[in-house]
Ligand binder design. Structure first.
Ligand SMILES: [Mg+2]
Length: 191
């Protein structure tokens, strides 16, 4: 089977990592519950920043966010390794800017994710991502972002959301923890 995965906030906990980093950089502490209630992907409003300021802030810490200590969600590496051992095809699709493709790929490998040549897509807009997902003929696709998930309509594709505070208005199947996903996949792939 073919499995496709978004990276940020699906396989790795990037936003929450950024939330911690912003507090540290700005010397401003914000209650975690505010973060967990946010209804948009961007986190800068928690720090009183405008969209423009938020965009600048994000870009100023991008290197640190992408290529240092961002935690992987528990169980994600193990699950993908298992799928790989079982002979499934694993694809990664990330909208990170294209110039970060090679380092992102290397960083993912360093974390233990099985990354095969030719199965790593980086640097696309949401609409293009939807197109690539459809073209690849994936059986499963996992993402956290409403703007991507809402446009995936092919019947033979099972779309599963990684639960986040900003995607709960969608009725798609979702998982909170990766061990739930493992059970879900096992029950489907065995049938
Ligand atoms: Mg994402």
């Amino acid at each position: 089977m073919k499995f496709g995965f978004d990276i940020d906030d699906t396989l790795i906990n990037l936003r929450e990592y950024a939330f911690g980093l912003y507090q540290e950089k700005l010397g401003k502490s914000v209650e975690a519950e505010h973060f967990h209630r946010l209804d948009r992907v961007e986190i800068h409003s928690l720090f009183g920043m405008t969209d423009k300021e938020g965009h600048q802030m994000w870009n100023s810490v991008l290197e640190e966010l992408y290529f240092t200590e961002c935690p992987v969600y528990p169980g994600a590496v193990e699950l993908l390794q298992k799928l790989d051992r079982q002979g499934h095809e694993i694809y990664y699709l990330t909208a990170r800017p294209g110039q970060h493709a090679e380092r992102t790929k290397a960083w993912m490998k360093q974390q233990g994710f099985p990354v095969a040549d030719g199965r790593f897509y980086c640097g696309m807009k949401d609409a293009e991502k939807v197109h690539i997902i459809e073209e690849l003929g994936l059986d499963y696709y996992f993402d956290d972002k409403p703007a991507v998930v809402e446009h995936l309509t092919r019947d033979s594709l099972t779309v599963i959301m990684k639960d986040q505070s900003y995607n709960r208005h969608l009725a798609h199947p979702r998982i909170k923890e990766w061990d739930e996903l493992e059970r879900l996949i096992e029950s489907k792939t065995k049938s």
